[in-house]
Design a protein around this ligand. Structure first.
Ligand code: F0G
Length: 355
């Protein structure tokens, strides 16, 4: 037994680092694989949640960022740039300042959750709010990376996916094998590709007996891969996955096809209902986008398209505290202004319905 050292030290021989790489880590990875009792009962399967909100900045992005920022530091870069719906910028900002690099982040104005905005600001990122979509932001940072001395740390940088594949290793290490199905949300489509790569590496090295089917879920208003065409004005309350032209589209399609899996759409109502059920029944509070995999599982079950008896892992990608506005608007549409109760035990017992 030893204290968790972060994904680079834990999986060093499977990552593109050398003895000379200065490891920039916040102890990311090693996240809980939580047995999902309610979902298991609902589906007749053995369902597990890979709770990625437990990472240092509250999302799975930290796994890739430790690798991307470590390599940027090794290369002598002075500044890093990313486009983001919020989580990538939070993670880039934290890891960049830790390495003494300047984080420059482009976000779609008015379309990122407040918790994520706070993270970027408080970590000291140079924030540029763009009058446009995430896809516009991504186009611009690619050009900036080409023409200016800034290292691009979006998942178009392949080392990001190398870091993110460690989550698949952790799942196999915890279960003793790969699951039958792996479900997760799909936005810019890097994470599904990263998991697929990780599962294949473990299977190739006989650390797992099989690879899972990869099931990805997009929000219905932002489902380019499902539709097979770019969505010009993607829209969903799950702002993290509000992406109309995913950078890793081809890799995600390959993960789907090679694994015999699927990429489907779920509605915002299904996503928000799944978020609520996860919090209310499993005790796990995730941000809206992160509930897309759970929404997909429940929809598949409801449609009679799920075989029982399978081992299923669902990645819940980011913490619920990232976006309390959306969660509260759904849970209490009329607002949270409950009447104030006198500070007296009797009064509280009455209000709480104990008498
Ligand atoms: N879940 C959350 C919470 C995310 O932040 C993202 C992506 C995804 C799922 C989808 O993962 O892009 O690899 O398919 N967020 C990016 C960002 C776009 O900028 O933070 P993906």
């Amino acid at each position: 037994r030893h204290a968790w050292r972060g994904v680079i030290e834990e999986y060093r021989d499977r990552l593109p680092v050398s003895a000379d790489t200065p490891v920039v880590t916040l102890g990311e990875g090693g996240t809980p694989l939580v047995a999902a009792q309610w979902l298991s009962e609902q589906t007749g399967c053995e369902v597990w949640l890979k709770v990625e909100g437990n990472n240092p900045t509250g999302s799975f992005k930290d796994r890739g960022m430790t690798v991307a920022i470590s390599l940027a530091a090794q290369a002598g870069d002075k500044a890093v740039v990313c486009a983001s719906t919020g989580n990538t910028s939070a993670s880039a900002a934290a890891y960049a300042v830790r390495a003494g690099l300047l984080p420059l982040v482009l976000i779609p104005a008015g379309r990122i959750a407040k918790g994520k905005l706070a993270q970027a600001i408080v970590h000291g990122a140079q924030l540029v709010s763009i009058d446009g979509s995430f896809d516009d932001c991504l186009r611009i940072v690619r050009e900036l990376g080409k023409n200016y001395p800034v290292a691009l740390v979006n998942s178009v940088n392949p080392v990001r996916l190398e870091g993110q594949k460690t989550a698949a290793f952790e799942v196999c290490d915890a279960l003793g094998d790969a699951p039958d199905l792996h479900l997760l949300p799909v936005g810019n489509a890097g994470n599904i590709a990263a998991y697929w790569k990780g599962y294949n590496e473990y299977a190739k090295d006989k650390l797992a007996s099989k690879t899972p089917q990869m099931w990805g879920f997009q929000a219905e208003g932002a489902a380019p891969i499902v539709r097979g065409e770019i969505v010009d004005k993607p829209d969903t309350q799950a702002t993290a996955i509000r992406v109309g032209n995913p950078a890793s589209w081809q890799l995600a399609a390959a993960a789907r096809d090679e694994s015999g899996g699927r990429i489907e759409a779920v509605t915002d109502e299904q996503i928000l209902a799944a978020q609520r059920e996860l919090a209310g029944k499993e005790g796990v509070f995730v941000e809206p986008a992160s509930a897309a995999g759970v929404a997909g599982l429940l929809a598949t079950k409801a449609a009679g398209r799920l075989d029982g008896g399978q081992t299923i892992v669902i990645t819940v990608t980011g913490h619920g505290l990232k976006d309390t506005d959306t969660a509260l608007a759904y849970a209490v549409p009329d607002g949270v202004d409950a009447p104030v109760t006198p500070a007296e035990t009797d009064a509280v017992a009455r209000v709480a319905g104990l008498v």
